[in-house]
Design a protein. Structure first.
Length: 189
């Protein structure tokens, strides 16, 4: 009897996946009109819970803030995973150890973290495969830079896909860009 009661308590205490996805979307959309400035400058951040001012940021900040809204601090989660498994992460920046000020604000690190956590979903060209709250990474044409955003709950009229919340230079935007760039990753929390 004790085992059954304990199992019920644990089940009730765990957040439901649909609730997490809803909070991710709400967190991403809440940045539209607030985060208006694209700013990739390195800044000293408090740890945990550090953030650049809400009116500025990069594409990764949209994701970081959305995850915080859902109760997950990617600054801490990425930093802890990088501290334990630094060799598994990209070496694009010449660092010899993790840096809690910036690591969670870098798209390749976020993609690596999501893959390591087993959160990868198949990359397809079917809009219906991308659900609200999913995280998508892209490679931007021409320059080849990595980019990241969150699938919203707003459908693009006449299609099977949702609009994305991302920041590609003009602040957080809600746009139909899912297949505008090469999709390099698809993740579900």
């Amino acid at each position: 009897m004790r085992r059954i009661a304990l199992a019920v308590v644990l089940f009730v205490a765990l957040p439901l996946a649909a609730d997490v996805r809803t909070r991710l979307v709400q967190g991403a959309r809440s940045q539209i009109g607030v985060t208006r400035i694209y700013d990739s400058s390195y800044q000293q951040l408090r740890y945990p819970g550090g953030d650049v001012p809400p009116e500025r940021g990069v594409c990764a900040d949209v994701v970081v803030r959305a995850f915080r809204n859902a109760g997950f601090d990617l600054q801490v989660l990425v930093h802890q995973d990088m501290a334990a498994h630094f060799s598994a992460y990209p070496k694009n920046w010449g660092l010899s150890r993790p840096d809690a000020n910036i690591d969670h604000r870098r798209v390749p690190n976020l993609a690596t973290f999501f893959r390591r956590r087993g959160r990868s979903v198949a990359v397809t060209r079917r809009g219906a495969d991308y659900q609200p709250g999913d995280v998508v990474t892209w490679r931007l044409p021409g320059v080849g830079l990595p980019h990241i955003g969150i699938v919203s709950d707003v459908r693009e009229p006449g299609t099977d896909r949702y609009r994305m919340v991302h920041n590609i230079g003009a602040g957080a935007q809600l746009e139909d860009v899912l297949f505008e760039y090469e999709v390099t990753g698809h993740f579900r929390w």
